[in-house]
Design a protein around this ligand. Structure first.
Ligand SMILES: [Fe+2]
Ligand SMILES: [Fe+2]
Length: 266
């Protein structure tokens, strides 16, 4: 896990996975250093990951007041329960559906849950954070975050892109990626992560980009993309054609067996 300050008020906890055939996918969590500090998502749950120890590089975990789960997919809940233990004052911000999803495996303590829907706001002491539904998402509980006081947006899985190398998945500014490659990778990710996009009226989809155009964040922090600064128009343009791209079809059993045969000794 790589940790660094990407904005005056935002630290990044940057991990990544190699996804066979797709590339290297950043898996980011964040700390918003507001008066009441907010941890946004909690990383992978793989046995060798140490989310709370990594978090301690950027903030004392016991100071954390809010753990905002942008959605309870397993690439974002890895450190959740360890952090709840380490941060006794913290409450988990999620939706009714998100809390319900968590209850199918390891229920959240309900006295530590704060239910927030898109359009609602959370007071974190020195600012108010507004939840919004990103234009692309893979989970019914997804809520992104606008911080209007700083012009920062946390977009959850939206804008993600598998990168060509581990180095690119771990850079501190997406400006390092070639623009054409970035656009192709974002469109691929749109189809992988939000396959419903191919059934959506393109004009209706375009309307869902409007809140982000209007907010025009100076920095966008996606769970699956390196940080983006002063490039929101480009990010939105990149995904605007998502309904029309070739739908992603993953490897099937025959492809898997062919792949495994390559590993067999001659
Ligand atoms: Fe997801
Ligand atoms: Fe994700």
């Amino acid at each position: 896990m790589k940790t660094y300050r990407a904005h005056q008020d935002v630290s990044v906890l940057n991990d990544y996975l190699e996804v066979p055939g797709l590339g290297f996918l950043a898996v980011n969590a964040f700390v918003l250093h507001s008066a009441q500090p907010v941890v946004i998502d909690t990383g992978l749950g793989l046995p060798d990951r140490t989310f709370v120890a990594d978090l301690a590089e950027v903030i004392d975990p016991s100071d954390v007041r809010w753990i905002w789960l942008t959605h309870p997919d397993r690439d974002h809940t890895g450190g959740l329960f360890a952090l709840l233990d380490a941060a006794p004052q913290a409450r988990v911000v999620t939706t009714f559906v998100g809390a319900g999803m968590m209850s199918t495996e390891c229920p959240l303590p309900m006295d530590r849950v704060y239910l927030l829907n898109p359009g609602q706001s959370l007071d974190v002491g020195d600012r108010s954070l507004t939840g919004f539904r990103p234009p692309l998402f893979d989970n019914a509980a997804t809520v992104g975050i606008f911080d209007r006081s700083t012009g920062v947006c946390f977009s959850s899985d939206c804008f993600g892109a598998p990168m060509a190398s581990a180095d690119l998945a771990t850079v501190d500014d997406i400006a390092a990626a070639p623009p054409d490659e970035l656009r192709a990778a974002q469109l691929l990710w749109a189809s992988v992560d939000s396959p419903w996009i191919h059934d959506v009226d393109p004009a209706k989809f375009a309307e869902t980009l409007t809140p982000l155009h209007e907010f025009d964040p100076s920095s966008v922090f996606s769970t699956h993309l390196p940080p983006s600064h002063d490039a929101t128009t480009m990010l939105l343009a990149n995904i605007s054609g998502a309904p029309a791209v070739e739908p992603f079809v993953g490897p099937d059993q025959a492809a898997l067996e062919a792949m495994l045969r390559e590993f067999e000794p001659a």
